[in-house]
Design a protein around this ligand. Sequence first.
Ligand code: FES
Length: 122
Amino acid sequence: MPKVTFLPDGITAEVPKGTSILDAGLGAGVRIGNACGGVCACSTCHVWVREGFASLSEQEDRELDILDKAFEVKPTSRLSCQAEVGDANVVVEVTPESLQTFYDEHPEERRKAQEAAAGGNR
Ligand code: FES
């Protein structure tokens, strides 16, 4: 089965072909936003694909329309809820926009991350 690695956390999930990047991440505990619940309506699941872009499912017009609303859109940008894994391994970077949304949805996780960061600076 193909593997999806999520940066900056470095978490890797092994998932069946056809699994969305978002589902792979959520199943592995990756901090990734998904304000609309994965129905291609919000752009908060935006990731930059570092490896394996060509192996992902094709982008449809609806995804491109929603992606237009995201911040820092790049040629390798995808909405992770719409990008399904093919045969190859994939490496993606969760965008700051997506991480921010995750923390907005999970304030307790933001607090834990802030405490961990403060602890690491001592
Ligand atoms: S989760 Fe909303 S567009 Fe992907």
